[in-house]
Write a protein that binds this ligand. Structure first.
Ligand SMILES: CC(C)(COP(=O)(O)OP(=O)(O)OC[C@H]1O[C@@H](n2cnc3c(N)ncnc32)[C@H](O)[C@@H]1OP(=O)(O)O)[C@@H](O)C(=O)NCCC(=O)NCCS
Length: 574
């Protein structure tokens, strides 16, 4: 987890067509933020970088369903109306980037948020960033820099709360340089009336399992740091708090950069905040430069999981697939020795491709998919290419690679194409509010008119592919029967109604099942390659041991002289 923002949150950008809204939408998406819509009154129907623009937040929600966060790049005068319209549309978090928002407007936004059980960050905020996950607002600038500066909390990180925008980024940067991982950086804004304040953010970090310590960049003015001290005293915040308070030299009555940073009537002084926090048990450093070192010291004492190894600290790029350390190999976080002997190859393939282990039935289904495509005789292009290359005296790797290289759109590639076409049919049914059968009929009719063809249906040899029925049976056992499989049945019915015997083939079945498992279609042909490799190796070795080099290979005229049909039950393999 993290607080306020992560990659699962659906984000709306208000003012998306403006200068800053447009630029920040690109940067936020580059970093991983799921921007689903934009709003600019009068510009509904347009799109910015492919993101649909609506006239109001309510239009966006009505059209696209629930939206979690709205971020505003609307000039100050329009903020009140824009924020309240987002809150009224049921959006539970609004991030107010603009500066110079009138105090009275901020108070009205606060009242609307309270009445609707919503929250807001800002105004005058640089936003919130959860490293490696997503950002709303402006923190970090370019995605590439943000990735280099702020290291994600894996397995844990420290939470950063800052009253200064620039120092929110700097604190994150210097913590990263010192080898500290971060769960979320929240710039709460510098105005007098704020939505999320230091105590609120601290309580969120307290209940965030990813966060193990809280770092504060505070400043003079307001009572936020004193309230945090009270929460620590009341043991409502129990995680270590390490703080720096800016504005030591500020005199009473002088505003210190931000509207909210002012000492009035002796309240909100630097000395008062430092004393309150120290007495409550927090660590307060005297100079900003001491902050990262103090955080490291406290994490070391805790044996903190937010501290990076030297290798991670010096890394210039990252991989999330496998971690290699002396005497330890961890695939997607799992020790390989623990996986070995306990997890099937199909389940391990699912793990490495999706990042998570499958349930036992889905693991069996993955194995079945790999087994189903292990070989299909000597006639497919892959086997022919591998055998032809092998017959030239090529190495095993070159001959197998030739076979793999023949796996393309028309050989094996039907898996991915079919999955994408089935998704188009399922999406169409939802969009046009028609049955999936009607969506299949209309899509196939249009395809016929264009001279296109549906991938994954029909077969050169089989009229009823023996592998398909078994795969669907195992999918049902695993509880997998989503929209893609429904669309596949609708396509089969549409072909049957048109008196065309084009049942779904093994590629189509695999495509539908993998898509219903939620896997990324970009990997589907790769799964076919994984499955087919043992078959290709067998063909190459047979070619090189049984046949003469450079023979003429007839693609069709060959017999079979392997074992007679036999069964697992009689051979006791199960
Ligand atoms: C918010 C801010 C970034 C906007 O600046 P900008 O992008 O240059 O402004 P633009 O005029 O180009 O764009 C604003 C857009 O909002 C739109 N807009 C106005 N009212 C709106 C509303 N209620 N809902 C949605 N969009 C609205 C405008 O129509 C405009 O889009 P258009 O250009 O397509 O017409 C700027 O006013 C600001 O506050 N900057 C300071 C931010 C800052 O420093 N924050 C604190 C960091 S510490």
């Amino acid at each position: 987890m993290a607080i306020l923002i992560d990659e699962t949150k659906r984000v709306l950008v208000q003012g998306i067509t403006g200068r800053e809204g447009r630029a920040r939408t690109r940067l936020m998406r580059d970093y991983g933020t799921n921007v689903v819509a934009g709003v600019t009154p009068g510009k509904g129907g347009e799109n910015v970088l492919g993101v649909p623009v609506f006239n109001t937040p309510q239009d966006a929600v009505s059209s696209l369903g629930q939206i979690d966060i709205s971020v505003l790049f609307v000039p100050a005068t329009g903020v009140k109306e824009a924020a309240i319209s987002a809150i009224d549309a049921g959006i539970k978090l609004t991030v107010l980037v603009p500066d110079r928002v009138p105090v009275w407007d901020a108070m009205e936004i606060a009242a609307a948020a309270k009445a609707n059980g919503a929250m807001f960050v800002g105004p005058n905020t640089l936003g919130v960033l959860s490293p490696g996950k997503a950002v709303v607002g402006m923190i970090g600038g370019r995605a590439e820099s943000a990735r280099q500066w702020f290291k994600p909390g894996i397995p844990k990180g420290v939470g950063v709360i800052s009253r200064s925008g620039g120092m929110a980024s700097s604190t994150g940067y210097y913590l990263g340089q010192a080898g500290v991982r971060i769960s979320t950086i929240a710039h709460i804004g510098g105005d007098a009336v704020l939505g999320v304040r230091i105590p609120d953010a601290a309580l969120m970090f307290e209940s965030d399992p990813l966060t193990e310590a809280i770092v504060i960049f505070g400043e003079i003015g307001s009572s936020q740091e004193e309230e945090l001290a009270q929460l620590i005293r009341d043991r409502k915040v129990t995680k270590p708090v390490i703080a720096y308070i800016g504005g030591k030299a500020a005199r009473e009555g002088t505003r210190f950069s931000h509207a909210g940073a002012i000492i009035e009537g002796g309240r909100g002084t630097h000395a008062g905040k430092v004393k309150a926090l120290r007495e409550a048990g927090a660590t307060v450093v005297d100079a900003f430069g001491e902050l990262p070192g103090a955080v490291v010291e406290i994490l070391k004492k805790l044996n903190g999981q937010s501290l990076m190894s030297e290798a991670d600290k010096n890394a210039v790029w990252n991989t999330a697939v496998t971690r290699i350390e002396p005497n330890r190999v961890a695939v997607r976080g799992y020790d390989i020795a623990e996986l070995m002997g306990r997890v099937s190859f199909g389940a391990a393939s699912y793990l490495i491709l999706t990042g998570e282990l499958p349930s036992a039935p889905v693991g069996r289904l993955m194995d079945a998919i790999l087994v189903s495509s292990i070989d299909h005789g000597a006639t497919p292009p892959g086997a022919l290419a591998a055998r032809t290359t092998a017959s030239t005296g090529a190495s095993l790797s070159a001959a197998v690679a030739a076979g793999i290289m023949s796996i393309n759109r028309h050989h094996g590639g039907a898996i991915e194409d079919c999955a994408r076409q089935l998704k188009t049919i399922a999406d169409r049914a939802a969009r046009e509010k028609i049955s999936i059968e009607d969506a299949a009929n209309r899509t196939l009719a249009e395809m016929r008119e264009r001279g296109g063809r549906m991938s994954g249906f029909g077969h050169r040899i089989h009229t009823k592919d023996p592998r398909t029925a078994r795969l669907f049976e195992l999918a049902r056992e695993a509880g997998v029967d989503g929209l893609h499989m429904k669309a596949a049945r609708a396509v089969e019915k549409s072909f049957a109604d048109a008196k065309k015997a084009l049942p779904i083939n093994v590629d189509g079945a695999i495509g539908a099942i993998l898509a219903d498992l939620g896997m990324d279609p970009a990997a589907f042909n790769g799964i076919f390659m994984i499955a087919r490799t043992p078959g290709l190796i067998a063909h190459v070795i047979e070619e090189q041991t049984r046949e003469k080099p450079m023979r003429r290979i007839d693609p069709v005229k060959h017999g079979y002289d392997g074992p007679a049909p036999r069964s697992l039950t009689t051979n006791k393999h199960e």
